[in-house]
Design a protein around this ligand. Structure first.
Ligand code: NDP
Ligand code: 2IT
Length: 448
């Protein structure tokens, strides 16, 4: 069966899972040159095997709210592929979580994790639980109940979850506590733990910082640099605010952040004091719009950041947040680099639009891999029970992001996808990640 037939099958079988189909098509359409060079992938049916997860575990979560009323949510863990290591990937708590969303995230995670060069398989989990407006006690009861259901299926050598949208250090601590309580095991079953109890320094910062390190490598490849560049960032969560922080440290001017309520524009740029204010405000679940009365700038209700002039865009909120019209706005506003902090933030049409205009484009699999990379380093530190300094982890993170950049750029060149200096990072990253997993599967034979 050819790849195009395999895509048709996926589209027919999973019409009700549009995000998953979108993620599969993106990979399928870029790996043809690699497939042509490796006929063993066709005979081993690697693509057909990789688009079906090893398994999906689904469960019900009963928990009690502050009024004593019983609430019921749905939860899943998609164990996609453990070809290269234990299943690894975040847990998302958001009302938009569905099997389709978790399957797209888990599928992308396989190749992202392969790109890091660390021994990590791919998976993803989550729940349609909405943390907004919940008290700390309710969050705790929900996290305990979620881990009560999940714990038989995860283990430090089997499946190692971490955070994602709606899951940060507070939620990881509660889930870790429940796992420890049920299993009596003090280990590395989750990453993103508190630094005082097994967490790695720099894990919190790693995704956003890593995305900016990737950007620096892209700029370098074009003989350019980040100093004085205007940057648009969407989102005001873990990834967005740490990307803003690192870009600012390196001399860029970040003029927007946003959330589900709208966009904040500050033409002076967000300095560290302003970023710290935003972090505190968001961690207390308070409105981003309050910024204007404290620091100035402008708030645009229910709008996105792409209407402003800038050199660089870092979408770091959620999937499909940038549609074709948004992409056109970016192009018209002078954006020359798009770096995906979020997973699949651009629709397929948006990707086509910016690539047609030769905007340099780093897909999430490559650009946001810094988070899971430091998760991998957390696992190693847990295994040897020795911890590294922030400087050591930061140096490793920079190396890993440079390796991902260079290997994607080399593959783009090797397979004829680089056009007059325009590097196809999407094709390059997909081929490098896919090849590492495919070679392992071929070596294993029919199992896996
Ligand atoms: P957070 O929960 O910390 O922040 C999410 C941010 O995105 C919030 O500002 C939120 O707004 C906004 N947002 C979420 N959903 C929507 C939506 N439907 N419409 C508009 N805005 C939305 O999550 P993270 O920063 O951890 O994750 C952001 C992205 O980065 C996700 O795609 C995630 O998968 C990806 N990612 C995360 C990694 C990590 O280590 N955390 C690693 C790699 C990728 P509001 O506050 O109003 O809800
Ligand atoms: O999308 C992602 O890479 C994450 N949410 C982080 C996964 C991890 O295991 O650290």
């Amino acid at each position: 069966m050819s790849i195009s037939q395999a895509i048709e099958n996926i589209e027919t079988r999973y019409t009700h899972q549009p995000e998953f189909v979108q993620a599969v098509k993106e990979v399928a359409m870029t790996i043809a040159p690699l497939y042509d060079a490796h006929p063993e992938y066709s005979t081993s049916k690697i693509f057909e095997r990789l688009v079906e997860p090893d398994r999906i575990i689904g469960f019900r979560i009963n928990w009690e709210d502050d009024k004593g009323e019983i609430q019921v949510n749905r939860g899943w863990r998609v164990q996609f592929s453990n070809a290269l290591g234990p299943y690894k990937g975040g847990i998302r708590f958001h009302p938009t979580v569905t099997p389709s969303v978790l399957k797209f995230l888990g599928f992308e995670q396989i190749f992202k994790n392969a790109l890091t060069g660390l021994p990590l398989g791919g998976g993803k989990g989550g729940s349609d639980f909405d943390p907004k407006g919940k008290t700390d006690n309710e969050i705790r009861r929900f996290c305990y109940a979620f881990m009560r259901e999940l714990h038989p299926y995860v283990d430090k050598d089997v499946d190692v979850p971490a955070g994602d949208i709606g899951v940060g250090s507070r939620e990881i601590s509660y889930m870790f506590a429940m796992y420890k309580n049920l299993t009596h095991e003090y280990g590395g079953v989750l990453t993103g733990k508190g630094v005082g109890f097994g967490g790695s320094l720099m894990r919190t910062e790693a995704t956003g910082y890593g995305a900016v390190y990737f950007l620096e490598n892209m700029l370098d490849a074009q003989d350019d640099n980040i100093k004085g560049k205007k940057v648009l960032i969407s989102g005001a969560g873990n990834v967005a605010l740490h990307a803003a922080e690192k870009a600012t440290m390196l001399g860029a001017i970040v003029v927007t952040v946003s959330d589900s309520q709208g966009v904040l524009y500050d033409k002076e740029g967000f300095n560290q004091e302003k970023i710290d204010w935003i972090k505190a405000q968001k961690s207390e679940d308070k409105p981003l719009a309050d910024y204007v009365s404290v620091h100035g700038g402008e708030w645009f209700d229910k709008q996105k950041p792409w209407q402003f002039q800038a050199d660089i865009a870092i979408p770091a909120a959620t999937q499909n947040e940038v549609n074709e019209d948004d992409a056109k706005l970016m192009v018209d506003n002078g954006v020359k680099y798009v770096v995906e902090g979020a997973n699949m933030p651009l629709t397929a049409d948006a990707i086509d639009c910016i690539r047609e205009h030769r905007v340099h484009y780093a897909p999430g699999k490559a650009a946001n891999a810094g988070g899971v990379a430091v998760s991998g380093l957390e696992m190693s530190q847990n295994s040897v029970r020795q911890y590294q300094t922030s400087e050591q982890i930061d140096t490793r993170l920079k190396e890993i992001m440079k390796n991902i950049h260079d290997s994607a750029a080399d593959a783009s060149e090797q397979y004829g996808q680089t056009d007059d200096g325009y590097i196809d990072y999407m094709a390059g990253a997909n081929m490098v990640g896919f090849k590492r997993v495919a070679d392992a599967l071929v070596a294993y034979g029919i199992l896996n």
